[in-house]
Design a binder for this molecule. Sequence first.
Ligand SMILES: Nc1ncnc2c1ncn2[C@@H]1O[C@H](COP(=O)(O)OP(=O)(O)O)[C@@H](O)[C@H]1O
Ligand SMILES: [Mg+2]
Length: 269
Amino acid sequence: MAVVAYLNQKGGVGKSSTTHHLAGTLAAMGRRLLLVDADPQSSLTQGLLGPEALDDIDPAETIAAVLRGEDPFPDSVIRPSGISGVDLMPGSQSANDANVPRPWEQDCAAQCRLADVLTELAPRYDLVMIDCPPTLSGCSWAALVAADSLVVPLQAEDYGSQGVRAIQDWIATVRATMNPGLHLAGYLITMFNPRLAIHKAYESRLRATYGSLVFSTMVPYAADFKEAIAARQTLAQYKPKGASAKVVRALAEELMGRLTPAQPETEAA
Ligand SMILES: Nc1ncnc2c1ncn2[C@@H]1O[C@H](COP(=O)(O)OP(=O)(O)O)[C@@H](O)[C@H]1O
Ligand SMILES: [Mg+2]
C-alpha cells in the first residue's frame, strides 16, 4: 500500500478537487483506495458526501478520533465515499484540536497516530491519498509522518508558488525526525490556463527551477472539475470521455509512476 499526501500551505490551489477526481479515476483503473480528509474544513468530505454530511457525522467516526488517540478500531473511522472502490476517513472540525503549532514536539506516539491506523488498514487498500489543510500544523504533520510520497499542488502564479520554500523546510524537518523515507513525488501545476501568458511564464520558471520534479501533466482550469463535485461525482463518472477526464487519467498514470523514486531527488532537480 502506498500513501500519498497532497500538501500546500496555500488554500484554493486545487488540493481537494484534484484528490477527489484522481480517486475516481484510480478506482476505475482498478485500485482499491482510501481517501483521508486531514483538513478540518473538510471540503473533500463535503464534496463526496454533501455539505450536510459534516453535521451528521460523529467526530468519533472521523480523523479527529484518530488524531486524538481515541484508539478507534479502524472500521469506525472509515466509510464508503460514494465512489465505487473508494473508502473515506472523513474530516471533522474537531480535528482542529490536533492543529498544535509545533507538532514535532509532541511525543512520538502522538505524531504517529494516523500512520499507525493506516498501517493497520494496509491490507485493504492499494493506495491511500491524504488531503491536507492549507496550513503547516498538526494535521498536515500527521499526514507527512504517515505518507511515503508527497504531491505539492500549486498554481502557476506567483502567489500560489510562494508556499514552496516553507514546504521544503517541512519536508526536511520530517525527514530528519519522524519519516526519513518521505519522497517528494513532485510539484503539480493546477488550474492551468494555456491562454494566459502569465501561466505559461510561471510554468517555464517552475520547470527551469525544479526540472523533472514538476509533473509533466498539468491540471487544466475547467468548469467540469467543479460541476462534477457539485453533482457528487468524479470526472471519471461525470464526463468519462471529456477532455478533463482524459487529463486526470494521464495524471493518475504519471502519479503511479512517480510513487517509487526512480532516482535521487537531488539528481532529478
Ligand atoms: N481544475 C480546476 N478547474 C477549475 N476550478 C477548479 C479546479 N480545481 C479546483 N477548482 C476550484 O478552485 C477552488 C479551490 O479548489 P480546492 O480543491 O478546494 O483547493 P484547496 O483544496 O487547495 O483549497 C474550488 O472552488 C474548486 O472548485
Ligand atoms: Mg482543500
